[in-house]
Design a protein around this ligand. Structure first.
Ligand SMILES: [Fe+2]
Length: 278
């Protein structure tokens, strides 16, 4: 499975990985989003609904969509949803196979929410490469649908565009594209993810449904790889740690202080981790 995914990614610059996320995690994400929206409405003494779409559209009368996308993403991150999504066995196996065993994920991103009849190109993005926004070449990107039905559209990818290098651009769209390129509207369902490179050209597909589409775009990287973009301006959290990194952590510092913890009576960090889960 991993080899097939890798071959598709190398060939096309993107790949859909189907049915890799447990429904429970997706449902938790939806619940957290809806609860946060209800909380915003309650604070303003406004009516709340069961529908995530109705709550979102009413919150949009109070805050900008951008603001909501940021606070909802923060809520998911602090509730451990980013970690749960990326820790799904098949996802983590693929990431480790592609990037190595030291993986971290971006934590200061925002959700991509699409409502019908949107014109604003912040929400209905034109063709672009994530590299333009500072995502370095050693990063990988995931597009994870959290609220998606078959009539909502998704993202459109240009096949093999990752091999074209850094495309000249102006005001967030390409100045020029080669003739005869092929693109694909990704057919994807909740529980699946799209993996793509920072150079793969893609754009938002309009949502024709009356319900909102919610996706989480997130970049992941191996923290030992050089930062070739603006990664130093962002925040990351550790997802997966190699033996080498664990060993470095045990030694504590670059001088490898002799007997740093010899004879200590403190509980090990692993026991504290167990306590936190209780
Ligand atoms: Fe994008």
């Amino acid at each position: 499975m991993i080899e097939t995914v890798k071959n598709k990614l190398i060939k096309n610059g993107y790949v859909t990985i189907n049915n890799v996320i447990n429904k429970r995690v997706i449902n938790s994400a939806k619940k957290i989003i809806n609860n946060e929206l209800k909380l915003i409405l309650k604070k303003k003494r406004l009516k709340t609904f069961n529908s995530i779409t109705k709550n979102f559209l009413n919150c949009k009368k109070i805050f900008s969509q951008h603001h909501l996308q940021v606070i909802l993403a923060k809520k998911l991150e602090t509730n451990g949803i980013y970690h749960s999504l990326l820790s799904e066995k098949k996802i983590v196996n693929i990431l480790v196979n592609f990037l190595g065993p030291d993986i971290e994920y971006e934590t200061n991103n925002e959700l991509a929410i699409n409502i019908t009849n949107v014109k604003d190109d912040y929400y209905l993005k034109k063709y672009h490469q994530e590299y333009w926004s500072g995502v370095g070449i050693s990063c990988m990107l995931l597009w994870i649908p959290l609220n998606l039905k078959s009539n909502m559209g998704s993202i459109e990818m240009i096949k093999e565009s990752h091999k074209w290098g850094h495309i000249p651009h102006k005001n967030r769209e390409p100045v020029h594209l080669p003739n005869n390129y092929k693109s694909e509207n990704i057919k994807i369902t909740e529980g699946s993810v799209v993996l793509f490179t920072p150079l793969t050209i893609h754009r938002t597909v309009p949502n024709k449904s009356n319900e909102i589409r919610i996706a989480l775009p997130i970049s992941v990287r191996n923290w030992y790889y050089p930062k070739s973009g603006n990664e130093d301006l962002w925040e990351y959290k550790k997802l997966q740690t190699s033996f080498y990194s664990k060993f470095r952590k045990i030694l504590g510092n670059k001088e490898f202080s002799p007997f740093r913890t010899l004879g200590e009576t403190r509980k090990s960090i692993f026991e504290y981790e167990k306590l936190r889960k209780l």
